[in-house]
Design a protein around this ligand. Structure first.
Ligand SMILES: *[C@@H]1O[C@H](CO)[C@@H](O)[C@H](O)[C@H]1NC(C)=O
Length: 350
C-alpha cells in the first residue's frame, strides 16, 4: 500500500510540476510585448569617400523593454560589387562586437564623422535629397521617418527586402538595444526560402512558415529535429517565379550572436541577442550564381582528398573510410590517387 502510494506520488508530482511550469511559461510568452518601440528616424545621410553612403539614425521613443535603446545608430550602405550590396547598422557612439574582420575579410564601414566632414567639404550632402542609391542590378531605397529600407532588383522590378513595419504588421520597426536587435522584412507569399544553417528541420532545407529557426551554436546530435547545431550560417536563399522566370537572391546577416529567425510566410523577423546588423544581399539571379557570390565572400571550401574524408568527416568515429578505401583498391592505383590528393592539399588553389 505504502509502496504503491509513493510511486503514485513520484509519478504525479513531477507531472503536476511540469504542467504548472508549462502554464507559467505560456503566460510569460503571451504577456511579452509583440511590438517594441517606434523605431528610428534617419536624421542625416551623406555620401562617403569610398562611394557608399552613411547616415545617422535617432531613436524615436525610448523604452526599457529588453534594456534601454541605443540612442544613435550609424548606417552604412555600399554596393561592394555589381552583385553584392552591404547594409551595416551599429551604435554610432560605441564600438560593438562584430565577426572579426580578419576572419571574414571585408571593408570597414566608413567612419561617420569623417564621412560627414568629407561630404560637407565636397558639397555632397545635397545628394541625399533622393531616397535611392543604385548599382546596375540592386537598388537601396529608404524612408526617413520612421526609417526603413528596401532592396529592389532592377531587372524584374521585385522588392527583395523591405524593413518597413505598418500598424497592421505583427512585428516591430527596427529595435536596437545592447542585447536585443530586431528587424523584419516583408516577403511575397509565393517566395521559396532555403537555408538558415545549421538547424535540423523535418522538411529539410526549405523554410516552412512557423518552424523554429534558432541559431545558437551548440554541439548536439543532428538526429534531434527543430534544433540548432554545430555552426551558424544566418543566410537564406529566396527563389521566386517572376512572370514564369526564376530569380534567386540571398540575404546574409553576418552576426555570430544567438538569434531566432521567425519565418511567417509573408514576413521574416530576426531577433538577435547582440552584435550589429551587417546585411549582405547577393543578387544571383540563378541559385548557382548565389552560391558563387556567397562563397566568393565568405570563402570557398577547400577541396578534400577523397582518402581523407573518413579522417576528417567525423571526429568521434574510429573506423575511417580511408581504411576502407585502402582495403578496396589495388596498391598501384591507391598510391597514385593518394599522391594526387596530397598534392591538392599542398596546393590550395587546385
Ligand atoms: C515596403 O512596404 C511598405 C509598406 O507595406 C510599402 O508602402 C512600400 O511601397 C514597400 N517598399 C517597396 C520598395 O516595395
Amino acid at each position: 500500500m505504502l509502496f504503491s502510494r509513493s510511486s503514485f506520488f513520484s509519478f504525479i508530482l513531477p507531472l503536476f510540476l511540469v504542467t504548472l511550469l508549462s502554464i507559467a511559461r505560456v503566460d510569460v510568452v503571451s504577456t511579452a510585448p509583440t511590438k517594441i518601440g517606434q523605431g528610428y528616424s534617419l536624421i542625416s545621410v551623406e555620401e562617403s569617400p569610398d562611394g557608399g553612403i552613411v547616415g545617422l539614425l535617432q531613436v524615436k521613443q525610448k523604452n526599457n523593454v529588453y534594456g534601454p535603446d541605443i540612442p544613435y545608430l550609424q548606417l552604412y550602405v555600399k554596393h561592394e560589387t555589381e552583385n553584392r550590396l552591404r547594409v551595416h547598422i551599429t551604435d554610432a557612439q560605441k564600438e560593438r562586437w562584430e565577426v572579426p574582420y580578419d576572419l571574414i575579410p571585408r571593408e570597414k564601414p566608413a567612419a561617420l564623422k569623417k564621412a560627414i566632414a568629407w561630404s560637407r567639404k565636397n558639397q555632397n550632402s545635397v545628394l541625399m535629397a533622393s531616397s535611392e542609391y543604385e548599382s546596375n542590378e540592386l537598388i537601396f531605397a529608404f524612408t526617413t521617418d520612421p526609417f526603413s529600407f528596401a532592396v529592389k532588383r532592377k531587372s524584374d522590378g521585385q522588392t527583395l527586402f523591405n524593413s518597413s513595419s505598418d500598424e497592421s504588421d505583427p512585428y516591430s520597426p527596427l529595435v536596437f538595444k545592447d542585447q536585443y536587435l530586431e528587424i523584419s522584412t516583408k516577403l511575397p507569399q509565393d517566395a521559396s526560402l532555403y537555408g538558415l544553417g545549421e538547424n535540423t528541420q523535418p522538411h529539410g532545407i526549405k523554410l516552412y512558415p512557423g518552424d523554429p529557426y534558432t541559431l545558437f551554436t551548440t554541439d548536439v546530435a543532428a538526429i534531434n529535429l527543430n534544433t540548432d547545431l554545430y555552426g551558424s550560417h544566418p543566410v537564406y536563399m529566396d527563389l521566386r517565379n517572376v512572370n514564369r522566370e526564376a530569380f534567386a537572391h540571398a540575404v546574409l546577416l553576418l552576426n555570430s550572436n544567438g538569434m531566432d529567425v521567425f519565418y511567417a510566410g509573408t514576413s521574416l523577423t530576426y531577433k538577435v541577442i547582440g552584435g550589429v546588423l551587417d546585411f549582405y544581399f547577393f543578387s544571383g539571379p540563378t541559385p548557382l550564381d548565389v552560391v558563387d557570390q556567397y562563397t566568393s565572400f565568405i570563402g570557398r571550401p577547400a577541396p578534400m582528398p577523397y582518402w581523407a574524408f573518413g579522417k576528417f568527416f567525423k571526429k568521434k568515429k574510429k573506423k575511417t573510410s580511408e581504411s576502407r578505401v585502402l582495403q578496396n583498391c589495388s596498391p598501384v592505383h591507391c598510391s597514385e590517387s593518394i599522391v594526387q590528393s596530397a598534392k591538392s592539399i599542398i596546393t590550395p588553389d587546385l
